[in-house]
Design a protein around this ligand. Structure first.
Ligand code: VGL
Ligand code: ZN
Length: 192
């Protein structure tokens, strides 16, 4: 069991329209976790704990796109509808928005890659990260590993993540466990 402290932050990873079933790079059933993510947002918000939301934020000429030699369909193009937060996601105006993958030549699966996320967390004395969002095997996994490598204690909120494949997601969770990430669900939180 884990209780929340004032050294904790919520990291919502890439909950954007293009990763929803109606988007261009759909994560199956990603919309199913929207209510769960909203619950975690509310939990942290009500306790005055900071919330960080990463966004995949690609220029049209991004190297990760198939049309530019990469492996993915065009997705999360800066300022497009697909790059917007998912329909139904309740992001308070106080949320810190962290855009990543915004340089044409660089892929960024981690919310720490090419961003000031670490600095923002450090400024606020944050020591523990609670991570939810999509996709488990890509941006969620890499954000968790990035946090662990920077010395944070990282919790994966396993009831509020979704991956592209079932097996690949399972493997990612196992990898995270081996890497020192703590996997938990809402019922594992002591809420006072
Ligand atoms: C992601 C593939 C490409 C993710 C981003 O958010 O997991 N996956 N870009
Ligand atoms: Zn991307």
């Amino acid at each position: 069991m884990v209780s929340l402290t004032d050294r904790d932050a919520l990291i919502v990873v890439d909950m954007q329209n293009d990763f929803m079933p109606w988007g261009s790079l759909p994560v199956p059933e990603a919309d199913k976790i929207i209510p769960k993510v909203n619950k975690y947002i509310k939990l942290f918000f009500e306790r005055g704990l900071p919330i960080f939301a990463t966004r995949d934020w690609h220029p049209e000429n991004h190297i990760s796109f198939k049309v530019n030699g990469g492996k993915w369909p065009v997705h999360c193009v800066q300022w497009s509808r697909g790059a917007d937060f998912a329909e139904g996601l309740e992001i308070p105006p106080e949320t810190f928005i962290v855009n990543k993958g915004d340089r044409p030549e660089l892929e960024a699966y981690s919310g720490f890659q090419g961003t000031v996320l670490n600095e923002l967390l450090k400024e606020r004395g944050i020591k523990r990260l609670f991570v939810c969002g999509v996709a488990t095997e890509f941006c969620v996994k890499n954000t968790c590993i990035g946090g662990i490598n920077l010395g944070y204690t990282v919790f994966l909120l396993n009831d509020a993540v979704k991956g592209i494949g079932e097996e690949s997601s399972q493997r990612a969770v196992e990898e995270l466990l081996r890497g020192g990430c703590i996997v938990l669900e809402k019922r594992d939180l002591i809420l006072v």
